[in-house]
Design a protein around this ligand. Structure first.
Ligand code: GDP
Ligand code: GDP
Length: 459
C-alpha cells in the first residue's frame, strides 16, 4: 500500500515543477473521477525506491492581501484531506510571505503530517529564505530545487518513514494486499471532509462486540444524517451527530451494517474494513466484548490504530453482564498492559451500549484523547523538561561514550511528534527513548495518543 503526498503552497513556488519531476509522464487525469475537480491533479509519483500518489493544486492565482482567496483555501483543504503527508513549498528566493503564513497555519491545524521545503534553493539567493522558513514552526525545512533536482535525496529521506508506516500497516493485516489497495484508493479519491471540524471517530472491534448498538445509542434521537454522503464512497458511511453539544462524525464500517452475505469472510472483512475506518478517523474507539476481551482481532486493530498514529480509546462493552466488576477490572487492566503495551496510557472505559451506562465517560475520554492528539507543547517548556529528565536520569554511556541530548522540539501534532537532537542518536537505547516518551505522557498529561519521538544527530 502506498501513501498520498499533496504538494501545497501558494502560486509560483514551484509546485507544478516538482509535481512534474516526481510524476514524469505518469500523470493520471482525474477530471472524471467523482469528488476531484479539474483543479487537483493527481499522478503516480516516484522517488528512488518509493512509489506513491501525488496531488498538486494546479492553477491558483496569487493573493493580493493578507486573506487567503477562497479558492486557494478550498483547494488546499481538499488536497490536505486526501493526503497522508503534505509537502509545503515556499519560495526560498522570496522568503516567507503572509500567504505562506496563513497556509502554514492551515496545515498545522489540518494536515496529518507536514514536510516543509524551501524551493528554488539552488545558489546563494535562496539562503535567506531557507532560514526564514524555520519561523513557520513546521520543523526543519528541506532545501530543494525542483527545477534542478537538488535536495531530492533529503526529500526521499523525509518520505521514507511515511512509506514505512504504510508498509507496517499492511504487514500486520493478513489480507490480500491488492484488496487493501483497492479499498483504500476507492476511499481516497473522493474522501473530502467538510470544514466544520467535528471529531472524527471510528468504532472498531470484532463482530458482535456491540458496535452497531453503541453507535445507535450515541445517535439516540439525534440522528442528523445517515447514508452515503457526497465524496464518501458507497462502502463507507459517515454519520454526523451532536453528542451532548460536541459535533462528531462516526465512520461506519461494514461490520456495523454487517450481517454480511458471505459469513465466512466476516473476520477478513472487518479487518480491512477496520483499516479503512482507522484511516479516516482521528480517534479510534476499540470496542471489546467484556466476555471475550483482547481477542487477536482486537489486538491487531488496536495495534494498527497506534501505528497509523490515531488517538485510541478502549471501550469495554457489555459491562452490564459482569457480576464481579472489581475483579474483572483488575484482570482487564493487567491484560491491557501485557497485550497492548504500545497503547500504554490509552484510557479504558467500561460501557454498556445496551443500557447507555458509561457513555458520558466514553465521550469525555474521546474528547480528551482528541485534544491531546492535537496538543502542541512549546519548545521552551520541552527543553526545560528535557534538562530535568537528563539531570535525574542521564542517558547511558555505551562503551564509555557519553551521549549528549542537546535540544528538543515538537515537529508536529496529530499525533504529537518530537525530535531530540543529540550527539550519537544510534547509541541511545530503545528503553531510554521509552523512558522519555513515558515521561512526556505523564508530565504533559497526554493519555490516549501515540507519541512519536525521533533522535537526530545535531547541535
Ligand atoms: P506553481 O505555481 O507553484 O505550480 O509553480 P511552477 O511550478 O509553475 O513554477 C513557478 C516558476 O518558478 C516557474 O517559472 C518555474 O520555472 C520556477 N521554478 C520552479 N522550481 C524552481 C527552482 O527550483 N529554481 C528556480 N530558480 N526556479 C524554479
Ligand atoms: P456488532 O457486530 O459489533 O455491530 O454488534 P451488535 O451491536 O450487533 O451487538 C451484538 C449483540 O450484542 C447483540 O445481540 C446486542 O444486543 C448485544 N449487545 C450489544 N451491546 C450490549 C451490551 O452493552 N450489553 C449486552 N448485554 N448486550 C449487548
Amino acid at each position: 500500500m502506498s501513501f498520498t503526498l499533496a504538494i501545497v503552497g501558494r502560486p509560483n513556488v514551484g509546485k507544478s515543477t516538482l509535481f512534474n519531476r516526481l510524476v514524469g509522464k505518469r500523470l493520471a487525469l482525474v477530471d472524471d473521477q467523482p469528488g476531484v475537480t479539474r483543479d487537483l491533479r493527481e499522478g503516480s509519483g516516484r522517488l528512488g525506491p518509493l512509489r506513491f500518489t501525488v496531488i498538486d493544486t494546479a492553477g491558483l492565482e496569487e493573493a493580493t492581501d493578507e486573506s487567503l482567496p477562497g479558492r486557494m483555501r478550498a483547494l488546499t483543504e481538499r488536497a490536505v484531506d486526501m493526503a497522508d503527508v503534505c509537502l509545503f513549498l515556499i519560495d526560498a528566493r522570496v522568503g516567507v510571505t503572509p500567504t505562506d503564513r496563513i497556509l502554514g497555519e492551515l496545515l498545522r491545524k489540518r494536515a496529518p503530517q507536514v514536510i516543509l521545503a524551501a524551493n528554488k534553493a539552488e545558489g546563494r539567493k535562496g539562503e535567506q529564505g531557507f532560514y526564514d522558513a524555520y519561523e513557520l514552526g513546521l520543523g526543519e525545512p528541506l532545501a530543494i530545487s525542483a527545477e534542478h533536482g537538488i535536495g531530492m535525496d533529503d526529500l526521499l529521506r523525509a518520505l521514507e518513514p511515511v512509506a514505512e508506516r504504510f508498509e507496517d500497516a499492511t504487514a500486520i493485516v493478513d489480507v490480500d494486499l491488492d484488496e487493501i489497495d483497492d479499498s483504500v484508493n476507492e476511499e481516497g479519491e473522493g474522501a473530502i471532509l467538510p470544514p466544520g471540524r467535528p471529531i472524527q471517530i471510528a468504532v472498531v472491534g470484532r463482530p458482535n462486540a456491540g458496535k452497531s448498538t453503541l453507535v445507535n445509542a450515541i445517535l439516540g434521537e439525534d440522528r442528523l444524517l445517515t447514508g452515503p454522503e457526497a465524496g464518501i464512497t458507497r462502502d463507507a458511511i459517515a454519520v454526523s451527530v451532536d453528542w451532548d453539544g460536541v459535533p462528531f462524525r462516526i465512520f461506519d464500517t461494514a461490520g456495523m451494517r454487517k450481517k454480511a452475505k458471505v459469513q465466512e469472510k466476516l473476520e477478513k472483512l472487518s479487518v480491512s474494513d477496520g483499516l479503512r475506518a482507522v484511516r479516516f478517523a482521528e480517534v479510534v474507539v476499540v470496542l471489546l466484548d467484556v466476555q471475550i476481551p483482547f481477542e487477536s482481532q482486537d489486538l491487531r486493530i488496536a495495534d494498527l490504530a497506534e501505528r497509523e498514529g490515531r488517538a485510541v480509546v478502549v471501550a469495554v462493552n457489555k459491562w452490564d453482564l459482569e457480576e464481579e466488576k472489581s475483579h474483572k477490572l483488575n484482570e482487564l487492566r493487567e491484560a491491557f498492559g501485557r497485550l497492548l503495551p504500545q497503547l500504554r496510557g490509552a484510557p479504558m472505559v467500561m460501557v454498556s451500549a445496551l443500557t447507555g451506562k458509561g457513555l458520558d465517560r466514553l465521550r469525555a475520554a474521546i474528547v480528551k484523547a482528541h485534544s491531546v492528539w492535537n496538543a502542541r507543547i512549546s519548545t521552551a517548556r520541552l527543553n526545560r523538561w528535557l534538562a530535568g529528565q537528563i539531570a535525574d536520569h542521564p542517558p547511558p554511556a555505551p562503551g564509555g561514550r557519553r551521549i549528549r541530548l542537546r535540544y528538543m522540539t515538537q515537529v508536529k501534532t496529530r499525533p504529537p511528534t518530537f525530535v531530540v537532537f543529540c550527539s550519537h542518536p544510534e547509541g541511545v537505547p530503545d528503553d531510554y527513548k521509552r523512558f522519555l516518551v513515558n515521561g512526556l505522557r505523564r508530565d504533559f498529561d497526554m493519555p490516549g495518543t501515540p507519541i512519536r519521538l525521533y533522535l537526530r544527530a545535531g547541535e
